[in-house]
Ligand binder design. Structure first.
Ligand code: SAM
Length: 234
Protein backbone atom coordinates (compact mmCIF):
# COMPACT_ATOMS: atom_id res chain seq x y z
CA UNK A 1 0.00 0.00 0.00
CA UNK A 2 1.29 3.48 -0.88
CA UNK A 3 1.36 6.12 1.87
CA UNK A 4 2.57 9.70 1.94
CA UNK A 5 4.35 9.34 5.25
CA UNK A 6 7.95 8.63 6.31
CA UNK A 7 8.70 4.96 6.94
CA UNK A 8 11.35 3.64 9.35
CA UNK A 9 11.83 1.28 12.30
CA UNK A 10 9.21 1.95 14.97
CA UNK A 11 7.56 4.69 12.91
CA UNK A 12 3.79 5.09 13.40
CA UNK A 13 1.86 5.60 10.18
CA UNK A 14 -1.67 7.02 10.37
CA UNK A 15 -4.15 5.87 7.73
CA UNK A 16 -6.75 8.06 6.07
CA UNK A 17 -10.35 7.08 5.53
CA UNK A 18 -9.85 5.43 2.11
CA UNK A 19 -6.84 3.46 3.28
CA UNK A 20 -8.65 2.31 6.42
CA UNK A 21 -11.68 1.32 4.36
CA UNK A 22 -9.50 -0.68 1.98
CA UNK A 23 -7.47 -2.51 4.64
CA UNK A 24 -10.13 -3.09 7.27
CA UNK A 25 -13.36 -2.98 5.26
CA UNK A 26 -12.33 -4.62 1.98
CA UNK A 27 -9.31 -6.75 2.98
CA UNK A 28 -10.80 -7.48 6.45
CA UNK A 29 -7.47 -7.04 8.27
CA UNK A 30 -7.54 -6.70 12.05
CA UNK A 31 -5.13 -5.53 14.77
CA UNK A 32 -1.86 -7.52 14.60
CA UNK A 33 -2.08 -8.20 10.85
CA UNK A 34 0.89 -7.25 8.69
CA UNK A 35 0.81 -4.83 5.77
CA UNK A 36 3.54 -3.91 3.24
CA UNK A 37 3.87 -0.12 2.91
CA UNK A 38 5.96 2.03 0.57
CA UNK A 39 6.15 5.78 0.02
CA UNK A 40 8.41 6.03 -3.01
CA UNK A 41 11.40 7.03 -0.86
CA UNK A 42 12.11 4.63 2.00
CA UNK A 43 11.72 1.24 0.30
CA UNK A 44 9.08 -1.26 1.36
CA UNK A 45 8.31 -1.77 5.06
CA UNK A 46 6.48 -4.55 6.84
CA UNK A 47 4.11 -2.91 9.30
CA UNK A 48 1.79 -4.18 12.02
CA UNK A 49 -1.79 -2.98 12.31
CA UNK A 50 -1.90 -1.21 15.71
CA UNK A 51 -5.36 0.35 15.44
CA UNK A 52 -8.11 -0.56 12.98
CA UNK A 53 -11.13 1.73 12.71
CA UNK A 54 -13.76 2.34 10.04
CA UNK A 55 -12.50 5.78 9.15
CA UNK A 56 -8.90 5.72 10.38
CA UNK A 57 -6.16 3.41 11.55
CA UNK A 58 -2.58 3.24 12.70
CA UNK A 59 0.26 1.01 11.54
CA UNK A 60 3.68 0.53 13.13
CA UNK A 61 6.73 -0.14 10.93
CA UNK A 62 8.57 -3.32 11.96
CA UNK A 63 11.30 -3.95 9.39
CA UNK A 64 12.35 -2.99 5.91
CA UNK A 65 11.37 -5.71 3.42
CA UNK A 66 12.97 -4.10 0.33
CA UNK A 67 15.28 -1.13 -0.12
CA UNK A 68 14.24 1.68 -2.46
CA UNK A 69 14.78 0.46 -6.02
CA UNK A 70 15.47 3.62 -7.97
CA UNK A 71 15.19 2.94 -11.69
CA UNK A 72 17.81 4.10 -14.22
CA UNK A 73 17.50 7.79 -15.09
CA UNK A 74 15.16 7.38 -18.05
CA UNK A 75 12.37 9.81 -18.93
CA UNK A 76 9.40 8.86 -21.06
CA UNK A 77 8.10 11.81 -23.10
CA UNK A 78 4.88 11.28 -25.01
CA UNK A 79 2.13 13.31 -26.58
CA UNK A 80 -1.13 12.52 -24.74
CA UNK A 81 -3.73 10.61 -26.71
CA UNK A 82 -7.21 9.51 -25.65
CA UNK A 83 -7.74 9.29 -21.90
CA UNK A 84 -7.78 5.52 -21.50
CA UNK A 85 -4.72 5.09 -23.68
CA UNK A 86 -2.85 7.86 -21.90
CA UNK A 87 -3.65 6.07 -18.62
CA UNK A 88 -2.29 2.89 -20.20
CA UNK A 89 0.99 4.60 -21.14
CA UNK A 90 1.51 5.92 -17.59
CA UNK A 91 0.70 2.52 -16.10
CA UNK A 92 3.06 0.65 -18.42
CA UNK A 93 5.85 3.24 -18.08
CA UNK A 94 5.68 2.80 -14.30
CA UNK A 95 5.81 -1.00 -14.60
CA UNK A 96 8.72 -0.77 -17.02
CA UNK A 97 10.76 1.45 -14.71
CA UNK A 98 10.61 4.94 -16.24
CA UNK A 99 12.08 7.38 -13.72
CA UNK A 100 9.97 10.34 -14.86
CA UNK A 101 6.99 10.74 -17.19
CA UNK A 102 6.65 13.93 -19.21
CA UNK A 103 3.47 14.49 -21.23
CA UNK A 104 4.36 16.91 -24.03
CA UNK A 105 2.14 18.95 -26.30
CA UNK A 106 3.25 18.72 -29.91
CA UNK A 107 1.74 20.47 -32.93
CA UNK A 108 -0.53 17.52 -33.67
CA UNK A 109 -1.26 16.50 -30.09
CA UNK A 110 -4.80 15.10 -29.94
CA UNK A 111 -5.40 16.13 -26.36
CA UNK A 112 -4.62 19.60 -25.09
CA UNK A 113 -5.30 18.88 -21.43
CA UNK A 114 -4.39 16.18 -19.00
CA UNK A 115 -5.39 15.50 -15.41
CA UNK A 116 -1.93 15.32 -13.92
CA UNK A 117 -3.31 14.26 -10.51
CA UNK A 118 -5.21 11.34 -12.08
CA UNK A 119 -2.16 10.23 -14.03
CA UNK A 120 0.01 10.47 -10.91
CA UNK A 121 -2.55 8.31 -9.07
CA UNK A 122 -2.32 5.76 -11.92
CA UNK A 123 1.46 5.68 -11.45
CA UNK A 124 0.97 5.01 -7.72
CA UNK A 125 -1.51 2.20 -8.44
CA UNK A 126 0.81 0.67 -11.03
CA UNK A 127 3.74 0.76 -8.60
CA UNK A 128 1.56 -0.89 -5.93
CA UNK A 129 0.43 -3.54 -8.35
CA UNK A 130 3.90 -4.44 -9.64
CA UNK A 131 5.61 -4.50 -6.24
CA UNK A 132 7.75 -1.49 -7.06
CA UNK A 133 9.11 0.77 -4.34
CA UNK A 134 9.54 3.83 -6.59
CA UNK A 135 6.81 5.99 -8.13
CA UNK A 136 7.79 8.05 -11.20
CA UNK A 137 6.80 11.69 -11.12
CA UNK A 138 4.22 12.54 -13.78
CA UNK A 139 4.75 16.12 -14.86
CA UNK A 140 2.15 18.64 -16.02
CA UNK A 141 1.65 18.91 -19.79
CA UNK A 142 4.34 21.12 -21.35
CA UNK A 143 4.95 22.24 -24.91
CA UNK A 144 7.55 20.05 -26.63
CA UNK A 145 9.29 23.14 -28.03
CA UNK A 146 9.67 24.55 -24.52
CA UNK A 147 11.01 21.27 -23.14
CA UNK A 148 13.60 21.22 -25.93
CA UNK A 149 14.50 24.88 -25.27
CA UNK A 150 15.43 23.92 -21.69
CA UNK A 151 16.91 20.53 -22.45
CA UNK A 152 19.70 19.41 -20.04
CA UNK A 153 22.96 19.19 -22.00
CA UNK A 154 23.96 15.75 -20.76
CA UNK A 155 20.61 14.00 -21.43
CA UNK A 156 20.38 11.98 -24.64
CA UNK A 157 17.10 11.63 -26.52
CA UNK A 158 15.83 8.53 -28.31
CA UNK A 159 13.48 10.06 -30.86
CA UNK A 160 11.12 7.35 -32.18
CA UNK A 161 10.22 8.15 -35.75
CA UNK A 162 8.37 5.73 -38.01
CA UNK A 163 9.97 7.36 -41.06
CA UNK A 164 13.45 6.27 -39.97
CA UNK A 165 15.56 3.12 -39.89
CA UNK A 166 17.94 3.62 -36.92
CA UNK A 167 18.27 0.48 -34.78
CA UNK A 168 16.70 1.20 -31.41
CA UNK A 169 17.99 -1.92 -29.66
CA UNK A 170 21.58 -1.28 -30.70
CA UNK A 171 21.28 2.28 -29.44
CA UNK A 172 19.86 1.18 -26.10
CA UNK A 173 22.40 -1.63 -25.72
CA UNK A 174 25.44 0.49 -26.63
CA UNK A 175 24.76 3.70 -24.83
CA UNK A 176 22.28 3.17 -22.07
CA UNK A 177 24.68 3.59 -19.17
CA UNK A 178 26.74 6.43 -20.55
CA UNK A 179 24.25 9.21 -19.82
CA UNK A 180 20.74 9.93 -18.63
CA UNK A 181 18.23 9.32 -21.41
CA UNK A 182 14.75 10.20 -22.57
CA UNK A 183 12.44 8.42 -25.02
CA UNK A 184 10.16 10.56 -27.19
CA UNK A 185 6.95 9.19 -28.72
CA UNK A 186 4.73 11.33 -30.91
CA UNK A 187 0.92 11.65 -31.13
CA UNK A 188 -1.41 9.74 -33.45
CA UNK A 189 -0.84 12.32 -36.18
CA UNK A 190 2.95 12.04 -35.85
CA UNK A 191 5.32 15.01 -35.74
CA UNK A 192 5.04 18.09 -37.94
CA UNK A 193 7.76 18.78 -40.53
CA UNK A 194 9.04 21.61 -38.35
CA UNK A 195 9.26 19.41 -35.25
CA UNK A 196 10.90 16.62 -37.19
CA UNK A 197 13.47 19.05 -38.57
CA UNK A 198 14.26 20.42 -35.13
CA UNK A 199 14.50 16.94 -33.60
CA UNK A 200 16.77 15.74 -36.41
CA UNK A 201 19.10 18.67 -35.84
CA UNK A 202 18.97 18.46 -32.07
CA UNK A 203 22.45 17.68 -30.71
CA UNK A 204 21.34 15.06 -28.18
CA UNK A 205 18.82 13.37 -30.44
CA UNK A 206 19.21 9.80 -31.78
CA UNK A 207 16.54 8.94 -34.30
CA UNK A 208 15.35 5.34 -34.25
CA UNK A 209 12.80 3.03 -35.81
CA UNK A 210 10.67 0.58 -33.86
CA UNK A 211 10.15 -1.65 -36.89
CA UNK A 212 8.63 -1.47 -40.35
CA UNK A 213 5.00 -0.97 -39.30
CA UNK A 214 3.42 2.17 -37.87
CA UNK A 215 2.61 1.49 -34.24
CA UNK A 216 -0.09 3.19 -32.23
CA UNK A 217 1.44 5.70 -29.85
CA UNK A 218 0.70 3.53 -26.79
CA UNK A 219 2.21 0.47 -28.47
CA UNK A 220 5.25 2.52 -29.50
CA UNK A 221 5.76 3.68 -25.90
CA UNK A 222 5.67 0.10 -24.60
CA UNK A 223 7.94 -1.14 -27.44
CA UNK A 224 10.55 1.56 -26.79
CA UNK A 225 10.48 0.98 -23.03
CA UNK A 226 10.79 -2.78 -23.57
CA UNK A 227 13.95 -2.31 -25.62
CA UNK A 228 15.35 -0.12 -22.93
CA UNK A 229 14.41 -2.53 -20.17
CA UNK A 230 15.98 -5.40 -22.12
CA UNK A 231 19.20 -3.48 -22.52
CA UNK A 232 19.32 -2.27 -18.92
CA UNK A 233 17.99 -5.33 -17.17
CA UNK A 234 16.80 -3.28 -14.21
N1 SAM B 1 2.66 9.93 -38.40
C1 SAM B 1 2.03 8.71 -38.43
C2 SAM B 1 0.80 8.75 -39.29
O1 SAM B 1 -0.11 9.54 -39.00
O2 SAM B 1 0.81 7.94 -40.18
C3 SAM B 1 1.73 7.93 -37.18
C4 SAM B 1 2.25 8.32 -35.86
S1 SAM B 1 2.33 6.93 -34.74
C5 SAM B 1 0.70 6.42 -34.66
C6 SAM B 1 2.60 7.68 -33.17
C7 SAM B 1 4.05 7.74 -32.71
O3 SAM B 1 4.52 6.44 -32.41
C8 SAM B 1 5.03 8.31 -33.70
O4 SAM B 1 5.08 9.71 -33.66
C9 SAM B 1 6.35 7.67 -33.27
O5 SAM B 1 6.95 8.41 -32.21
C10 SAM B 1 5.91 6.33 -32.73
N2 SAM B 1 6.03 5.26 -33.72
C11 SAM B 1 5.04 4.50 -34.26
N3 SAM B 1 5.53 3.55 -35.07
C12 SAM B 1 6.86 3.69 -35.06
C13 SAM B 1 7.93 2.99 -35.69
N4 SAM B 1 7.73 1.98 -36.51
N5 SAM B 1 9.19 3.42 -35.45
C14 SAM B 1 9.43 4.46 -34.62
N6 SAM B 1 8.47 5.15 -34.00
C15 SAM B 1 7.19 4.77 -34.20
Amino acid sequence: LYVEHPLGAGQSVPLDRDQAHYLFGVMRLTVGAQVALFNGQDGEWTCDVAEAGKRAGLLTCVEQAKPLQTPPDLWLMFAPIKKARTDFIVEKATEMGAAKILPVQTEFTNSERIRQDRLQAHAVEAAEQCGGTYVPEVQELQKLARVLDHWPQDRQLMFCDEAEVGNALALAADTHRSAPWAILIGPEGGFSDGERKRLHGFAQSHVVSLGPRILRADTAAVAALTLWQTALGD
